[in-house]
Design a protein around this ligand. Structure first.
Ligand code: GLU
Length: 485
């Protein structure tokens, strides 16, 4: 792996919620920058004005910062190559495109959208390759300038050589060659005067001194055009690394119809940033020792950009849930509590001390931080009463549940010490004496105390609730059963 400082970038488009794919690509880029003592840049690709959403840029910043994927230069930080928003760089693109027009590597095209649509229809009918037919390629230079001077609507296209082939190396996939006759005369400047992604992207990567272009595989198909633009601008190529796309279970490109893709959603659900980063890292990279649970530091030490896999990683939320649970249990309790609080998952009115008392009971089963409240509300507030049906296990009867709860209530009202071991032993003795199977006692008791079918260990629940609360809740359940029988 090269150890010269890498200058790398991500170029998200502010078109909606911050996308998990942005974090995925940011992770690899930033890691390479950190490994080599280089810089990680954030550029906002806002050239597509029709899809632009003003609030999106801030959301991208917030989501990436939340994940800890901070950058060294960007629209909000400034830097030596400012501005970092493409919409503010139009003069630069214009200058480059003027140069390309002068050198003959680009030309104006006055074909209307309707004409081009007709051409396309005809190509389809005749089963020909779809593409720009080259109508304006050889337009007289003087005529072209005059029509532009009269503000006749036009685009500017790249003059792709008719012969030969374009060749480049993708550092993950190897050499790629494509016949130039397969490459369309790419639009560089649109009728609205804004550059296309292709032009802006290459010009900026050159201007920003980008050494490694690490981006999603979906851009691989555009890279030959980019290579031609680099060549027309007489600039050496950066290293290209196209990382595998995240996929839905059916292997289609990850989409919000089939998967959550907004980083905000993951945050709202209570995924830990550590788990998300771990998950995204595993989508493109396998740790040599097979240890799948790791943190960013270890990833930074061991990751090798050239070893990114070319597989089609499935974005599997079951795996993410598993990782989230693992990271939750890796954190020390104070740190976890603080995180629950910071992320807004501490129920209202609950003090950190109360939360600390109940956390050990739920931490083993917690998958997402958002579960903290539903899993613990029985502790902080008297839950909605259980229904009579809740209190009767499948193989039990109302009379039997009533007897079990009454016996437990009496036991707890006796002089039995209210300690885990003593209560446990007394309940075991009761089960043995009455020859009851465990669920016949524990199911009604669980609902009586928590109004839930899944709760932490019942003895622990009793210990955190305290004797009085436990007795009150059991007696409430007894009353419910008495009314219904
Ligand atoms: N704006 C593109 C995107 O949203 C950038 C692609 C690139 O990195 O060249 O992914």
């Amino acid at each position: 792996m090269s150890s010269t400082p890498a200058r790398v970038r991500i170029a998200p488009s502010p078109t909606g919620d911050p996308h998990v794919g942005t974090a995925y690509v940011a992770l690899f880029n930033r890691t390479l920058a950190r490994q080599t003592g280089g810089q990680f840049l954030l550029r906002i690709d806002d050239t597509d004005r029709s899809r632009y959403q003003a609030s999106s840029e801030q959301k991208i910043f917030d989501a990436l910062r939340w994940l800890g994927l901070d950058w060294d230069e960007g629209p909000d930080l400034g830097g030596p190559c400012a501005p970092y928003r493409q919409s503010e760089r139009n003069a630069i693109y214009q200058q480059k495109v003027d140069h390309l027009l002068e050198s003959g590597n680009a030309y104006r095209c006055f074909c209307s959208a309707e004409t081009l649509a007709e051409v396309r229809e005809k190509q389809k009918q005749d089963k020909l390759r779809l593409g720009y037919p080259g109508t304006c390629r050889d337009l007289d230079a003087v005529e072209s300038s005059q029509r532009a001077a009269k503000e006749e609507p036009h685009v500017i296209r790249l003059r792709v050589p008719v012969e030969g082939e374009t060749c480049f190396v993708d550092q993950i996939r190897g050499e790629i060659r494509i016949a130039n006759c397969e490459i369309d005369d790419q639009v560089l400047i649109k009728t609205d005067g804004f550059p296309t992604y292709h032009l802006a992207n290459v010009v900026d990567d050159i201007e920003f001194g980008i050494t490694h272009v690490i981006r999603a595989e979906e851009w691989l198909i555009s890279t030959p055009k980019h290579v031609l633009i680099y060549q027309a601008l007489e600039h050496p190529l950066p290293g290209f690394f196209h990382v595998p796309l995240l996929r839905n279970a059916d292997h289609s490109k990850i989409s919000k119809r089939k998967n959550p893709v907004s980083l905000d959603w993951f945050r709202e659900q209570g995924y830990l940033k550590e788990a998300i980063l771990n998950f995204l890292a595993l989508m493109g990279w396998s740790p040599p020792d097979g240890q799948e649970v790791f943190d960013l530091d270890r990833f930074q030490q061991e990751f090798n950009i050239e070893k990114i896999s070319t597989g089609a990683p499935v974005f599997d939320l079951v795996k993410l849930d598993w990782l989230n649970g693992m990271h939750i249990r890796k954190m020390d309790p104070d740190q976890l509590l603080q995180r629950i609080d910071e992320e807004g998952f501490l129920p209202q009115g609950v003090s950190p001390q109360q939360a600390a008392a109940v956390l050990p009971l739920v931490v083993e089963r917690m998958v997402r931080l958002a579960e903290f409240e539903p899993r613990t509300t029985w502790f902080f507030n008297l839950p909605e009463p259980p229904t009579p049906e809740d209190l009767v296990p499948r193989k039990g009867s109302p009379e039997q549940s009533l007897e079990a709860l009454q016996a437990t209530s009496a036991l707890l009202k006796s002089d039995l010490p209210f300690q885990a071991e003593a209560v446990n032993e007394a309940l075991d003795a009761m089960l043995a004496e009455k020859q009851w199977k465990k669920p016949l006692l524990f199911m009604p008791l669980r609902f009586a105390l928590t109004s839930r079918s899944d709760s932490p260990d019942l003895i622990e629940v009793m210990m955190v609730l305290g004797r009085d609360n436990v007795i009150d809740r059991i007696d409430r359940a007894i009353a419910i059963l008495e009314c219904s029988t």
